[in-house]
Design a protein around this ligand. Structure first.
Ligand SMILES: Nc1nc2c(ncn2[C@@H]2O[C@H](COP(=O)(O)OP(=O)(O)OP(=O)(O)O)[C@@H](O)[C@H]2O)c(=O)[nH]1
Length: 339
C-alpha cells in the first residue's frame, strides 16, 4: 500500500527511471560542478539550503547538498517527487504547513522543518524529469521573478552537467574497451600494467601475467570465415573473463591474443588460474568445432630500473614454448630457452 500522502507517479515512470539509470550517477560521490551550481542557487535565492535531488524508484537521492547534510530520503517524503510531476513548471511552495500535500510530512512538521520550497525539474532532452534543483528555507516566503528565472537557468545547467558527465564517461569507455570482445584494449592494458608495475614495486610483491593465444586461429578463419572468427574471439574473451578472478584484468593484446594481469600473484598462484583458463576454453560448447588456447605465464617482483616490458617478454617466451610443445597447454617462464 502506498503511503496516503505519497506523491503520485509520473505517467512515463518506467521510461523515466530507465533514463535516470543511463546517467549512472546514483550513489556516486559529490562533484564540484554540481556543488557549484547548488551554491549559486542558494546565493541567488537567498536560502539557507540548496539541493540537487534525483528521484529513484523508492527514494530521493541527493547528488549535491549545500547548507544541509542529506543523502537520501524515502520517496514518499520527497517534495521533489511532486516537482517532477510537472516537468515544465517551477514548483514553489510558499508555506508547506499551509499546503495539504505537505502539511503532515515529517520533513515539514518536525522541529526546524522546512516551510518554503522551490524546485525546478531537471528535464532531459527527451522530456524526462530526473529530479530537481531546489532551494528550501525554514520560514515561509516567496521568490521574486528574477530569482525564479535564475533558478530555471541553473536547473538547465545541472542538466548540461549531467549530459557532459555522461559523454565523458562514454568517451572514456570507448577509448579503453575493445569493440569486438568488450574486454579492455591495448591502451588500457599498457596503462594498467605501468600502474601495477609501479605499485607492486613499491610493495615488493610479485605481479603475474598470462599471455593467452587462440590455437590455429588462422586455420579457423580461413576455413570458416572471418565473421565466424570474430565470434570465436568474442566468446573466448567471455569464457576467459569468467575463468579469471575478480581482481584480474583481462585485455585484448591484439589479433587473437589476450593478456591478463594478475595482481600480487607469483608463479605458483598463477598456474592454477592459467590452467583454469585453458580448461574453460577447451570445455566450452564450441560450434561447429572445438577451440583451444595456449597460455604463457610469468611473474616478477618489479625491481628498480627493470621495465615492465621484461614481464611481457617472459610471458611471451613461455607462450612460444607452449605453442612449440603442442598447444592447448600452459607453460611458465623458467629461464630463456632455445626455441
Ligand atoms: N576473425 C578475426 N581474425 C583475426 C583478427 N585479428 C587477427 N586475426 C587473425 O588471426 C590469425 C592469427 O594467425 P597466426 O598468428 O598465424 O596464428 P595461429 O593460426 O593462431 O597459429 P598459432 O598461434 O601458432 O596456434 C590471422 O589469420 C589473423 O588474420 C580479428 O579481429 N578477427
Amino acid at each position: 500500500m502506498p503511503h496516503p500522502d505519497a506523491p503520485p507517479l509520473p505517467e512515463n515512470e518506467a521510461q523515466r527511471l530507465q533514463a535516470l539509470r543511463r546517467y549512472d550517477i546514483l550513489d556516486t560521490p559529490p562533484e564540484q560542478a554540481f556543488d557549484d551550481l547548488s551554491m549559486l542557487a542558494r546565493l541567488v535565492c537567498d536560502t539557507p539550503t540548496a539541493l540537487i535531488n534525483l528521484i529513484d524508484d523508492e527514494r530521493q537521492w541527493t547528488k549535491s547538498a549545500v547548507g544541509a547534510e542529506v543523502s537520501e530520503l524515502p520517496r514518499s517524503l520527497s517534495l521533489c517527487a511532486h516537482a517532477i510531476l510537472q516537468p515544465d513548471v517551477l514548483m514553489e511552495v510558499p508555506d508547506a504547513l499551509a499546503d495539504p500535500r505537505f502539511a503532515h510530512n515529517p520533513m515539514v512538521t518536525r522541529e526546524g522543518g522546512l516551510r518554503f520550497y522551490a524546485g525546478v525539474p531537471l528535464v532531459t532532452a527527451e522530456g524526462h524529469a530526473l529530479g530537481s534543483l531546489c532551494v528550501i528555507d525554514v520560514r515561509p516566503r516567496r521568490l521574486d521573478d528574477a530569482q525564479r528565472e535564475a533558478l530555471r537557468a541553473l536547473g538547465r545547467q545541472v542538466v548540461t552537467q549531467l549530459e557532459l558527465r555522461r559523454l565523458a564517461r562514454w568517451f572514456q569507455t570507448q577509448s579503453t574497451v575493445d569493440e569486438l570482445t568488450q574486454v579492455w584494449n591495448r591502451r588500457a592494458f599498457d596503462q594498467r600494467l605501468a600502474d601495477e608495475w609501479a605499485r607492486h614495486g613499491r610493495r615488493t610483491e610479485p605481479l603475474g601475467l598470462l599471455m593467452i593465444d587462440v590455437d590455429h586461429f588462422k586455420r579457423y578463419n580461413d576455413e570458416l570465415g572471418h565473421p565466424a572468427g570474430d565470434r570465436v574471439l568474442s566468446e573466448v574473451a567471455s569464457v576467459v573473463g569468467d575463468a579469471l578472478r575478480g581482481t584480474d584484468h583481462l585485455s585484448r593484446y591484439g589479433g587473437e591474443e589476450f593478456v591478463a594481469i594478475l595482481p600480487t600473484t607469483g608463479v605458483n598462484g598463477a598456474m592454477p588460474v592459467a590452467q583454469r583458463v585453458r580448461q574453460a576454453v577447451e570445455r566450452h560448447a564450441w560450434q561447429p568445432r572445438g577451440v583451444t588456447v595456449s597460455v604463457g605465464l610469468a611473474s616478477l617482483v618489479p625491481a628498480k630500473d627493470v621495465p615492465a616490458q621484461q614481464l611481457l617478454e617472459r610471458a611471451d617466451h613461455a607462450l612460444l614454448l607452449a605453442k612449440r610443445r603442442g598447444r592447448n597447454r600452459v607453460e611458465a617462464f623458467a629461464g630463456w630457452q632455445p626455441l
